[in-house]
Design a protein around this ligand. Structure first.
Ligand SMILES: Cc1cc2nc3c(=O)[nH]c(=O)nc-3n(C[C@H](O)[C@H](O)[C@H](O)COP(=O)(O)O)c2cc1C
Length: 338
């Protein structure tokens, strides 16, 4: 392997040490504590929470505060905040700094959702490196934990300020930046621009985490080779497939190619995920949330489409379990006939 780049081994953000180069992306509605603990077991070196509202924290909203709970097994953990005002974000960060076991505080500077941008939050920050500089100065002064940013390349093709943004974050005391190689206007379309990520990395003194379109161990290695990033962040490829995390980690560390999970392994993990979600949210909401995960676990499995549809109708733990188990049974019968 190319030795110019670091594929393995501990690295750090501030004083937080991270054991490998694989990072689980923040995903709203997905990376709650149930999925995060699973992802940790499956080898992610660093894990991000879903984005958490600064307002919710300041109002002591009970559902928001539950989102700030940290499981000892998932550390090191980066807790992501979103908000549109530096003073309020600093107050919320101060709360997280003092009252939770999160290791790193991250701010979302990339969310493209209109209702988030309307409150000046998420990707709206990308339009003003000066505002971002003030934000990072303000939050840095309020907290002791490492402070990071997750950015996109810009608002749209006419406003790609990624170099200025990265410089502002670093100069104002940010400790690392995760870069999703798309603009807000691209949403999740087109190909992530890894060349822009390489430009940021070439100028930065703080760690840069590359993000966008890493779907396989080979992609992860190529991203590090092409951009020089300190770690790769994986989002959609881990949905229903946390195996990708350790398959990437092992490939980066030892060049070893591990097999994809079997259908049986996927179903077993889906059942466990279901119970973790129910523990966290209660049966009704847990099962509702499990519907999308069930579709992701079943994605690409032979003959699964009928069961995916059935999972969307499940209302109770029993119904969801029955659907998943009946897929397993059907799959096994078919395999044994094959
Ligand atoms: C369902 C979903 C929810 C997401 N929620 C967040 C979020 O809360 N905060 C954030 O910074 N990015 C969020 N993202 C973006 C991802 O973190 C990541 O940047 C993006 O999916 C690109 O990486 P990928 O190609 O590996 O999926 C979300 C993406 C998805 C698919």
């Amino acid at each position: 392997m190319n030795t110019k780049h670091a594929f393995r081994g501990p690295w750090s953000i501030g004083r937080v040490e991270i054991q490998n180069r694989v990072v689980l992306a923040p995903m709203a509605g997905v990376t709650n504590i149930a999925f995060r603990v699973i992802a940790k077991r499956f080898g992610a070196g660093l894990i991000y929470t879903e984005m958490v509202s600064d307002q919710g924290i300041l109002m002591k909203n009970s559902r928001t505060l539950i989102m700030t709970t940290v499981h000892p097994e998932e550390r090191p953990l980066a807790l992501q905040l979103f908000g549109g005002d530096a003073g309020r974000l600093a107050e919320a960060a101060r709360y997280i700094d003092a009252h939770t076991d999160a290791d790193i505080i991250d701010i979302n500077l990339g969310c493209p959702a209109p209702k988030i941008n309307k409150i000046e939050a998420g990707a709206k920050w990308l339009l003003s490196p000066e505002r971002v500089y003030d934000l990072y100065r303000t939050v840095r002064q309020a907290i002791r934990k490492p402070l990071t940013a997750k950015i996109r390349l810009g608002w749209d093709d006419a406003h790609r300020y990624y170099l200025e943004l990265a410089q502002a974050i670093e100069e104002a005391g940010g400790d690392a930046i995760a870069v999703h190689g798309r603009t807000r206007a691209q949403m999740y379309e087109g190909q992530a621009d890894w060349r822009a990520i390489a430009e940021i990395k070439a100028r930065a003194r703080i760690p840069i985490i590359g993000n966008g379109d890493v779907r396989s161990p080979e992609d992860a290695r190529r991203m590090i080779e092409e951009t020089g990033v300190d770690a790769v962040m994986v989002g959609r490829a881990a949905l229903g497939n946390p195996w990708i995390l350790y398959r990437i980690a092992r490939y980066l560390e030892h060049g070893e190619r591990l097999p994809e999970p079997t259908a049986r392994e996927k179903i077993a993990l889906a059942l466990e995920h279901l119970d973790e979600l129910i523990k966290l949210k209660g049966e009704r909401v847990g099962v509702q949330e499990m519907r999308k995960h069930a579709a992701w676990y079943l994605k690409g499995l032979r003959g699964a489409s009928r069961f995916k549809d059935e999972a969307q109708q499940a209302e109770t733990r029993e119904e969801m379990r029955r659907t998943l188990l009946s897929y397993e049974e059907a799959e096994c019968i078919e395999t044994s006939l094959a």
